[in-house]
Design a protein around this ligand. Structure first.
Ligand code: PMP
Length: 376
């Protein structure tokens, strides 16, 4: 039908296009950008209405719409720009080396492709082939390391990097304090409360997974320092990792392998602030909870998110069901925001995704139509 001409369908299409949209798009005045780095961040905050109805969850910060495909574009851009400002990078000569679960590497490789620096990425074996392919496509060299190597062993992705780049890490939480956090606050503050969508006008709860912890630490600081000091910040940490507090939460499963990528560690990264004031509550997540949560958000909200988004979502839902979250879930107008760090592009060949995609039942209507078209 999209190729047909001058028929009733075209007239309907023309009418539909001239009607005001039922879901107005983000208002961003169109501009010509100098390069792809101008399209880092500025991600939408989206109502998760169907999930909200059931659980009190409200809003998802959709980071896969950032140009490199994840929340980590922001720190990659900040690190490269900071290193340039300090005169540390020389086009055609400098080599940027970074241990990563992939997304920071993709952001760095993108920035370095634009600016003319070489990139070497060290990345554990468990990380997806899609990430390696994206990295190589952007011109990076990728060195795989054993997933099970302890972080400080010379074989690990962190231990094997030849130079210490830790001086750049301070830009990690800061990038989120200056961009991700303010974007969330601005979207919540500038969207009026309506009878259909009551809003407290504040970010009441923020849920995010932690890998380096830069995302959750930076967003928390932005919210608590400038907007709502009482916001409850909930961290998601996979079973097997040791980031959660109190530490007993981690004891039972320490070292347990898990499939979700990008969150959890076997050491406490410097940039993760575990001060009680920055992160109020930790929730342990698992592959078993995370992947169904990915399926739920895909099916109900049409968002093609990655595995760690399922972890954040499952942590949010666990917290909202528990004693602490219940009153918030039951109070209309509370804004509960979940960070959705990347998209399914990174995981298309992973068996967990193929399972939820290929084995899923079609929606009832799609099934009925299929039966009409192809009666059995
Ligand atoms: N999810 C994914 C897919 C990631 O790549 C990362 C980055 N490691 C995170 C979540 C966690 O972000 P952060 O390192 O800022 O804690």
């Amino acid at each position: 039908p999209s190729a047909s001409k001058g028929n009733a369908l075209d007239d309907q299409m023309a009418q539909a296009c001239s009607r005001p949209p039922s879901s107005p798009a983000r208002t961003m005045s169109p501009q010509i950008l100098d390069n792809a780095l101008g399209a880092v961040g500025h991600t939408p905050l989206i109502r998760l209405d169907k999930i909200a109805k059931l659980n009190g969850l409200k809003l998802g910060k959709l980071e896969y719409t950032s140009v490199g495909g994840s929340v980590k574009d922001r720190i990659a851009k900040a690190m490269v720009e900071a290193a340039e400002a300090e005169g540390k990078l020389i086009p055609g000569k400098s080599v940027v080396i970074e241990p990563t679960s992939g997304n920071t590497g993709i952001g760095l490789a993108m920035a370095c492709a634009i600016k003319g620096y070489s990139v070497i990425i060290t990345m554990p074996n468990k990380m997806s082939l899609e990430k390696e392919a994206a990295l190589r496509a952007l011109g990076a060299e990728v060195i795989r390391t054993p997933t099970e190597a302890a972080w400080d062993s010379p074989e690990s992705h962190i231990g094997s990097r030849p130079y210490d780049l830790s001086g750049c890490f301070a830009n990690n939480p800061l990038a989120h304090e200056l961009t991700t956090g303010p974007e969330i606050i601005e979207a919540v503050v500038s969207t009026p409360s309506t009878p259909a969508h009551l809003s407290s006008g504040k970010v009441d709860v923020l849920v995010a997974g932690a890998g380096t912890g830069g995302t959750i630490t930076g967003i928390s600081r932005a919210i608590k320092k400038t907007h709502n000091k009482d916001c409850v910040v909930v961290g998601a940490d996979p079973r097997g990792s040791i980031l959660a507090l109190p530490a007993e939460l981690n004891n039972e499963d320490e070292g347990l392998p898990y499939v979700v990528e990008g969150i959890g560690y076997d050491f406490i990264p410097d940039v993760l602030s575990r001060e009680a004031n920055d992160i109020d509550v930790w929730i342990k997540t698992s592959d078993e909870d995370s992947f169904p949560a990915v399926q739920m958000i895909m099916r109900n909200e049409g968002l093609l998110v990655g595995g760690s988004s399922g972890s954040s979502l499952s942590a949010a839902l666990q917290w909202l069901k528990g004693d602490e979250g219940k009153h918030i879930a039951e109070t209309p107008g509370k804004n509960v925001v979940v960070v959705l760090p990347d998209g399914i592009r990174n995981y298309m060949s992973k068996s967990w995704f193929l399972k939820i995609a290929m084995e899923a039942e079609p929606t009832p209507l799609a099934k009925t139509i299929k039966d009409i078209l192809h009666p059995v």
